[in-house]
Design a protein around this ligand. Structure first.
Ligand SMILES: [Zn+2]
Ligand SMILES: [Zn+2]
Length: 289
């Protein structure tokens, strides 16, 4: 065992992983939850709700612990590869050429995203939801730190889906690393509770996953909302969803929810209306979580 190399691998994966989780999370916390806390109606997906302080501390603890152990596993895989262990990774672009390198990276992204979609849907089956996925849904008002506040088995499954392709078909490590970083940053943005919209047409806005935390068995996608569109789990406009409901009625014909910038803002402001009305009538109500 080359302990120096192993330490180097662990420093890269654990240090990099924690930086990718805590860095953007604390940045969003500071930019929005601290600096703009007086203007919730301008940026928050659920301006009328907030998680209690106890749950907020818990998501940071659980998320940090999860990222640490998952990065240790990645560190061992990196060590295995750097010591010449078997995988399908190739390090010279010339081996397969640029067209294959770019095409296989896109295919890897779509394959993993589709697997994560179905993995997430499976976690919403009653026994798995009760035992595993319910933990993540304790946060009905997600924050950036909620992205990794999941049952360790859930994270292990998702890590398996993300890493197993490097043993299945030839991939360039740079493409894999770019996709893994992209997935992690997007997961933080999706849970941020901020009305972020993506510059990438395939990427659902943050409100899309935020609605998953409010309405449960709908909007399962991690990155490409294409999957919810194809497989019929896109949130429907006048449909009632709840934690008690399992799977989505495929025959339902009401229109799909609109996730354009204007529609998301209008819905956030509409959520505030009852609170504003009750404020004007009587004493101020506490923000509920
Ligand atoms: Zn879920
Ligand atoms: Zn979530």
């Amino acid at each position: 065992m080359d302990w120096t190399l192993l330490s180097e691998c662990m420093a890269m994966t654990v240090g990099g992983g924690l930086f990718l989780y805590l860095g953007p999370s604390y940045l969003i916390e500071w930019l929005y939850y601290r600096r703009r806390r007086e203007a919730l109606d301008q940026w928050k997906t659920q301006p009328d709700r907030a998680s209690p302080a106890r749950l907020r501390r818990e998501e940071i603890r659980l998320g940090t612990l999860n990222m640490t152990w998952a990065s240790v596993v990645s560190g061992f895989i990196m060590y295995h590869i750097r010591t010449g262990g078997w995988s399908q990774l190739y390090f010279e672009v010339e081996t397969w050429g640029w067209a294959y390198t770019i095409g296989s990276t896109i295919f890897y992204f779509m394959l993993v995203d589709c697997a994560l979609y179905w993995g997430h849907r499976a976690l919403h089956l009653r026994p798995l939801y009760r035992r595993i996925h319910r933990i993540h849904h304790r946060w009905r008002t997600p924050s950036p730190f909620t992205s990794l506040a999941v049952h360790p088995v859930e994270l292990a499954t998702f890590q398996f889906f993300s890493l197993v392709p490097i043993f299945l078909f030839p991939l360039h490590p740079a493409g894999v690393i770019v996709i893994l970083i992209y997935q992690q940053v997007v997961s933080v943005l999706d849970h941020s509770g901020v009305r972020f919209h993506s510059v990438f047409p395939w990427q659902a806005p943050a409100a899309f996953h935020d609605d998953h935390h409010i309405y449960f068995h709908v909007n399962f996608t991690q990155n490409m909302h294409l999957w919810d569109w194809i497989f019929g789990s896109w949130r429907r406009e006048d449909e009632r969803y709840g934690e008690e409901r399992f799977l989505v009625d495929q025959d339902h014909r009401s229109p799909r929810m609109d996730y354009s910038r204007a529609a998301v803002s209008a819905r956030a402001l509409a959520r505030l209306e009852p609170r504003r009305r009750s404020r004007s009538k009587g004493p101020e109500q506490a923000v509920v979580g």
